[in-house]
Ligand binder design. Structure first.
Ligand SMILES: [Cu+2]
Length: 219
């Protein structure tokens, strides 16, 4: 199973399980109480309804406990959000352009790809640019999702600590072929990435025009 030392997986899954656990406890508690009240105060058992006055200790209890729970949810959510927001200064910056209906990745040396290649264990900053409509850059395995909005420079980062290929999807409906907007993040060992990166340089679409001819010859 993939882990990521950017910590997002632990953060996001932790908050999810925390909220799920609280919801389950409340669901069971409320359902049991409801069933009890339906039986206990049915017309048969309780033919003459009585007026119930407030109960101060109970009211304090059901105000204070949910407040603490909601603050807890906020706290854990905030910790994770902070980590996602603070991009390490040494991150490799990759320009990610979303357009109907594909992804394009541009590396610091100008190399362009339609699959995102990254070295293992390195912080990767993605600058998210939309060429047309709203998209959303979504890498479920890294618990990473950020909207890609025209005329707005959104950023996201991650650090993968396991070699492999992971899905990229567009998570914002962006038109007819929205469902075609799949790509991959390919995480490579640093040496493999370095040699790929060096080899790609000059063969890429981003390189000067004369290399386009060389690329065709090479085939
Ligand atoms: Cu899209």
């Amino acid at each position: 199973m993939l882990s990521s030392d950017s910590g997002f997986i632990k953060d996001v899954d932790g908050v999810f399980l925390f909220i799920l656990a609280i919801s389950l406890v409340l669901l069971i508690l409320i359902t049991l109480l409801m069933v009890y009240f339906v039986i206990r105060y049915s017309r048969k058992r309780n033919p003459r309804p009585s007026n119930i006055e407030g109960n101060v200790p109970l009211e304090i209890l059901w105000t204070v406990i949910p407040t603490i729970l909601v603050i807890g949810m906020f706290y854990y959510g905030w910790i994770g959000y902070e980590r996602m927001k603070n991009i390490p200064a040494d991150a490799i910056v990759i320009e990610v352009t979303a357009r109907m209906w594909e992804w394009e990745f541009v590396y610091p040396n100008g190399v362009k790809t339609d699959t995102l290649y990254v070295p293992l264990g390195k912080a990767i900053q993605t600058n998210l640019i939309s060429a047309d409509v709203n998209h959303s850059f979504f890498v479920p395995a890294f618990r990473l999702k950020k909207d890609v909005i025209p005329n707005k420079k959104n950023q996201a980062w991650f650090r993968a600590d396991e070699v492999g290929a992971y899905d990229i999807a567009c998570a914002e409906y962006c038109g007819l072929k929205h469902s075609y907007m799949y790509s991959k993040v390919v995480v490579m060992a640093e040496e493999d990435f370095d040699s790929w990166y060096a080899q790609m340089y000059g063969t890429s679409q981003a390189a000067p025009a004369d290399t386009a001819a060389k690329r065709t010859e090479g085939r």
